[in-house]
Write a protein that binds this ligand. Structure first.
Ligand SMILES: NC(=O)CC[C@H](N)C(=O)O
Length: 389
């Protein structure tokens, strides 16, 4: 009875530009600052919220009804990877939804979205007009914001301007990257090194389920000193501004492009970092591309794939470095969606072919990468044999 009579806490999203939206808190009783961004994805909130690329961001869902299928447990697959999460915790700083479904139903669910947020100390608001918020974010771009939880209307002071943390000024990759190497599927026939800028679990699974053995390395580890151990190199997704994650990783990639001679594949942050390594410039998109319905055009074939995306930065591809081509472009805004080398087996994409959640139309890129890694390995083995003979 007591609980039923208790008044719910209020929560307010206040943008740096002054707009404030007050609703009801359904997550942790805590306040945060971060960058407010929006996603157009209809499903996959457990995957999106645990994606390390969202570190430092307050996520606004355009899908009005969120929480109706609850949250699954931390179940692992045969490789020891989370089946339903992209990392071991909630990575977003907070979430904003129009209509939170406290009643949930799904065979994998073990708790409500609100309960999950509380356990990970993540604040959440419902009962605000996310259409109005997204209109503002589309017009003025991703914006720094406060998300405050308070007991009464009187406690909000929309005029007050407290400290606003800008996550893009920090090396967020260092926060989410593994501190020590991790190994998955050790018996695989080919060995892939992953530069971990905040790698999603399903990316590792897309490699291991195709038979690869995967070593996840700290983002600033110099894999060049172990080049002979690996048949391929993968550069992962990750949070924040690629320019704040340090030039160390870019230098390592430059050396790898010059000397590794084996296939290299990058996704999202991986595309940005590889681009930087070949001298391309990165810029911030006004409001980013986040959602599961982003069209990417393959430059050579003209084929359009619907892709899953979550990025705020892009490569300026107006002039491509000598020897490099555009691989995909975004059919909505023309931004770069990937690059490839003319003759070396190196390519990367800005979207997420592992797509959790989202359309799996471009998962074939993992197939292409793994096939390339195997073919190159076979070629090396045959060459070695002919030298011996
Ligand atoms: N998903 C990602 O890897 C995102 C890359 C980068 N943090 C961006 O926002 O553009």
């Amino acid at each position: 009875m007591h609980l039923l009579n208790q008044k719910p806490n209020l929560a307010t999203l206040k943008l740096k530009s002054g707009q404030a939206y007050t609703g009801v808190s359904f997550g942790a009783d805590t306040s945060v600052t971060g960058e407010a961004v929006f996603t157009t994805s209809l499903v996959g909130y457990p995957e999106s919220m645990t994606d390390p690329s969202y570190t430092g961001q307050i996520l606004v869902f355009t899908q009005p009804l969120i929480g109706n299928y609850g949250v699954p447990g931390p179940v692992k697959d045969k490789f020891g990877l989370f089946k339903y999460f992209e990392s071991d915790k909630i990575q977003v700083s907070g979430i904003i939804v129009t209509d939170y479904a406290a009643q949930y139903s799904h065979w994998t669910a073990v708790e409500s979205l609100g309960n999950w947020c509380k356990r990970f100390n993540v604040p959440a608001i419902t009962g605000v007009d996310t259409r109005a918020i997204v209109k503002v974010l589309r017009e003025q771009g991703s914006t720094l914001a406060h998300l405050t939880v308070h007991a009464t209307e009187e406690q909000i002071n929309p005029k007050e301007n407290g400290f606003l943390w800008d996550p893009n000024t920090e090396n967020l990759v260092a926060r989410v990257s593994t501190p020590t190497p991790l190994h998955y599927n050790p018996d695989g026939d080919i060995k892939i090194a992953v530069v971990d800028c905040g790698v999603k679990q399903n990316i590792i699974r897309c490699l291991t389920k195709r038979g690869a053995s995967v070593t996840v390395l700290p983002f600033d580890y110099d894999f060049n000193k172990d080049q002979e151990l690996y048949d391929g190199l993968f550069v992962s997704n990750g949070p924040g501004n690629p320019e704040t994650c340090g030039m160390t990783v870019v230098k390592h990639l430059q050396e790898a492009i010059e000397t590794f001679g084996k296939p290299i594949f990058g996704i999202c942050m991986g595309n940005l970092l590889l681009g930087m390594a070949i001298g391309m410039k990165v810029y911030k998109l006004p409001f980013g591309n986040r959602g599961h319905n982003q069209p990417a055009l393959h430059v050579q074939t003209g084929q359009c794939s619907i892709t899953s995306q979550n990025h705020g930065y892009a490569l300026n591809d107006k002039v491509m470095p000598v020897g490099w081509n555009k691989l995909f472009i975004n059919a909505n805004d023309g931004s770069n969606e990937g690059i490839c080398h003319e003759s070396l087996p190196i390519f990367s994409v800005q979207f997420h072919p592992e797509a959790k959640g989202g359309p799996q139309d471009t998962e074939y890129l993992f197939e292409e990468f793994i096939t390339l890694v195997r073919a190159e390995k076979l070629k090396r083995m045959t060459e070695d044999d002919s030298v011996v003979a």
